[in-house]
Design a binder for this molecule. Structure first.
Ligand code: SF4
Ligand code: SF4
Length: 316
């Protein structure tokens, strides 16, 4: 089984990180039992880092996967809190719902801010405090901003970064794929662990999945990639690709033929506009009382779904 050191954390991880976002209610909404079965399938094939977040609502899926499992599993979660108090509540909830005494990694879920260290300084301070209390092993930062990744590279308390990067740069808010790659290399050189997200731009690059994954895996400083996986076939294909670089043609042609899109159930849309500021890509607007998505700029992250009080936005 292939493993790599996650920067200077001392954590040894499989480069294929299980991204649990697509399992939860913001995306495919599979049951905890079904999601747990898929996660367990991946764990039994060597994957050992699970990526989740307060916002993803996938703790029940992870809990189901770990029921009776004896192997080592690392869990990374994220808090989108803007206050220290709320960040603590998010960590406490993760500990409770995942039935853990300590979380391996907690990220400042920084996707919506260019400078989370200024905007949310008290959140970073609270996470560091909880690390001192033994509730968190490592503190990280996830972001779609190059500027935030650069700041993280120089930040003494940030040990792991989780940046958005893909071949086309889709979803990077303040620059190009090349500039994000340079920030990632800088972070890794500074000893940060790096596992990337959105290598397939939320599914938009699915038709060139193999090329797109190889691109991100080949970047200097990338130790792993979080991949959302919804079937055993996807897990098998990714494990083989990440471990050996070998891809089975038929399996990957089938995977690359799949399409995903954002669905807004227009009949139930109240036109309130609460989803619009939730999108860092400016892909949403309300037109004649109904939310509309610009499919050219949508990276299928599903974050707008969390902001909709009517629960009518899904990545399908
Ligand atoms: S429209 Fe929704 S799913 Fe698409 S990028 Fe914006 S927040 Fe993400
Ligand atoms: S938040 Fe939901 S109800 Fe409000 S405009 Fe957006 S999709 Fe419609």
């Amino acid at each position: 089984m292939k493993t790599v050191m996650l920067g200077a954390t001392g954590l040894r991880v499989h480069p294929l990180v299980y991204g649990t976002l697509p399992l939860g209610p913001l995306q495919a909404a599979v049951t905890p039992e079904e999601g747990g079965r898929l996660i367990r399938y991946a764990l039994e094939r060597g994957v050992n880092l699970l990526d989740t977040a307060e916002m993803y609502q996938t703790y029940p899926h992870i809990r189901a996967a770990l029921d009776g499992y004896r192997g080592e599993v690392l869990i990374a979660t994220k808090t989108h809190a803007n206050t220290g108090e709320l960040a603590r509540a998010h960590v406490e909830r993760a500990l409770r719902e995942l039935d853990r005494e300590c979380l391996d990694l907690v990220h400042l879920h920084g996707a919506r801010v260019a400078d989370p260290f200024t905007d949310r300084a008290e959140v970073v301070a609270e996470l560091v405090r909880m690390k001192e209390e033994g509730k968190i092993r490592h503190v990280g930062l996830s972001s779609h901003f190059i500027s935030a990744i650069r700041k993280a590279a120089a930040h003494p308390e940030i040990e792991v970064i989780h940046p958005l990067i893909n071949r086309t740069g889709m979803g990077i808010i303040d620059g190009s794929s090349e500039e994000m790659a340079a920030a990632i290399a800088e972070s890794a050189a500074a000893g940060k662990g790096v596992y990337a997200m959105k290598a397939l731009a939320g599914g938009n690059l699915i038709s060139s999945a193999r090329e797109s994954i190889r691109f991100v895996l080949g970047l200097t400083g990338v130790h792993g990639i979080a991949m959302g996986m919804l079937s055993e076939t996807e897990i098998d294909g990714n494990v083989a690709l990440f471990e050996t670089g070998v891809t089975e043609t038929k399996l990957w042609e089938d995977l690359e033929g799949k399409r995903r899109k954002l669905r807004i159930m227009q009949a139930f849309c109240k036109g309130c506009g609460m989803c619009v500021p939730a999108c860092t890509n400016d892909a949403l607007q309300v037109v004649e009382g109904k939310a509309q998505v610009d499919e050219e700029t949508c990276i299928l992250c599903g974050y707008c779904g969390a902001a909709c009080p009517e629960f009518i936005i899904r990545v399908v």
